[in-house]
Design a protein around this ligand. Sequence first.
Ligand SMILES: Cc1cc2nc3c(=O)[nH]c(=O)nc-3n(C[C@H](O)[C@H](O)[C@H](O)COP(=O)(O)OP(=O)(O)OC[C@H]3O[C@@H](n4cnc5c(N)ncnc54)[C@H](O)[C@@H]3O)c2cc1C
Length: 401
Amino acid sequence: MSGYRNARKSSRRRSSVTSASVNDPIDIARSFARDVVAPNAARWELERALPRQAVTEAARAGLGGLLAPRSLGGAGLGTSALADVMATLAAADLAFAFVLVVHNNLVGAIARRGSAAQHEQLAAMIAGERLGAFLLTEPGGGSDAANITTVARPDAHGWVLDGEKAWITAATHADVLAVYAQTQPGSGARGIAAFLLDADRPGVERTEPYAMLGGHAMGAGGFRFTGAAAGPEELFVPAGEGFRAAMEGIDAARAVVAAMCCAMLQTALDAAVAHTSGRAAFGRTIADFQGVQWALADVATDLAAAGHLARAAAEAVEHHHPDATVAAAHAKKFATRVAMTGITQCMQVMGADGLRHEHPLARHLAGVKIAQYLDGATEIQNVVIARRLFTRNGTTPPATR
Ligand SMILES: Cc1cc2nc3c(=O)[nH]c(=O)nc-3n(C[C@H](O)[C@H](O)[C@H](O)COP(=O)(O)OP(=O)(O)OC[C@H]3O[C@@H](n4cnc5c(N)ncnc54)[C@H](O)[C@@H]3O)c2cc1C
């Protein structure tokens, strides 16, 4: 079997340090995916709600503080191991896994950048008692993130926030909000700061969650800020560093999303091989037809290539390689693309059975479509890649996210 799973195994053989720190969370994720996520994901989607209790259980099992160092109560993993864990969960359901991706990224960011007072929030987050969310996108747009319009004005007590955030994972249930806001309107990326706010404070209101193609277990929705007060101690990332901090997290998230798409495609390919091997037409099993074999062979090739790109991107981000941003863009663009075409192909060789909810393929197809927007749409990955291409050739790069 090819793809991310094999790329992952060979990478773990290369690094005994990574292997030692990864074993437990991977085992936990495998059992949790098998026992909790796979049997319930179709129901969660029908109920159209984030399964808060299951998220707490996952955190209690050890999946709530993967990126925080052990000294702060976390598992001390890096981006590669996080990608392994989240791919293992996404093989059953991307929506559930992505809630944990966002939560873990915020826990890791607080551990890395937060003040001693902010570190006090970590224990409850790592235990899953308080859920984190990342608030960058706004109703006016997500791609042009340097031009956010949520404003943070300084006042005698700290800051006052006004504005609206949209398309926020876990918005329906999040307790700890990392809110990106403009402190000097008109200054673009230079004026962006981030604040850590409680979701239940006066002036913070959840907006209606979205009805979507799928992925309702993500609890995607928004927040409105109307004169919401933030004390000086709630400033998380100061102006001048906020945009860069958001983009650093986004590189890692893109590598993780790529790995998650590979995992969904692997699930689809396994289902298609099993189904076509057990079903007959015209006096033969469907898997005996060369047309079917070759269609799935092409999916396997795409999966192998995407798996290597995802692995390379996660390692580049983890080791702060200068090409990490471009590697993450390549991996996310390619993995989402081949997962979209590959899952469709797997469904096709399964005939009408491929549409049924007994198989996760339809859910994964919706998951991959969602993944094409998460942490920057496909076109924005091309903006990143083209910027590097033209910079290397000495021409002026286009200025976008
Ligand atoms: C389910 C879900 C969960 C999400 N969770 C979060 C979250 O937790 N936190 C958060 O902050 N955001 C989140 N997002 C938002 C996500 O990051 C945005 O959807 C994404 O950045 C794209 O922004 P947009 O949807 O506003 O599209 P727009 O910015 O309106 O873009 C529309 C289209 O134009 C294209 N486009 C834009 N600029 C260019 C360009 N320069 N060149 C070529 N094409 C371009 C885009 O690629 C896209 O295809 C989530 C989105 C979804 C769907």
